[in-house]
Ligand binder design. Sequence first.
Ligand code: ADP
Ligand code: NI
Length: 214
Amino acid sequence: MDKTIINDAVEYIRNIFKDDHSGHDHFHTLRVYKMATRIAEHENANLTIVQLAALLHDVDDIKLSPETYTNKDRAVTFLREHNVSEAMIKTICDIIDEVSFRGTDPIVPKSIEGRCVQDADRLDAIGAIGIARAFAYGGSHNRIIHDPEIKPTVYMTADEYQSHVSTTINHFYEKLFQLRDLMNTATAKKIALQREDYMKSYISEFLDEWDGNR
Ligand code: ADP
Ligand code: NI
């Protein structure tokens, strides 16, 4: 496959996400694309599938585009316009379905390509960037930063996770600190370990300041 389709996909997502301020801007997609490529090179995965799935993984997200979510109209339209085979479109759509985290029953993508994209998407939720995205999301959803009275709830079901109202600090315990163990590939596990250490020291500093210990 030539490079044009990847460049076109980059343009496509730039347009779709241009007004997003909830941590899902096009830079998120570009980081996932770059990280997925890096992981895929180590895992000998099919680069075209990984790159297209990474670039299109959020275009039909239920929160951003509920009307196209079920049929993935935006992803499918783009791929058909670029004459991608129906078989490859199906593979890419399956990966897009598999990448989102769903409470306590996360799915492991069946293809190595899907596992690379899922790892890249999850890595973007942790580390320094993950911290920034969590607070951006919290702010845009009117969540408070921290309240010691509201305890984190772990091991929620998918439905509980979707409807649960909590604080942004709790989000670290409810989701972000669980992501390291969910990484599929050795490459992503290594990166996740460093990023988790960084987030843990950030939270520990935050709580020390909160308690007036610093
Ligand atoms: P993606 O679609 O990229 O897999 P999500 O839509 O689940 O991720 O979340 C987008 C970003 O917003 C992530 O960085 C995530 O950690 C953050 N986020 C999601 N839910 C919350 C929440 N309840 N509180 C704070 N941050 C959140
Ligand atoms: Ni994403």
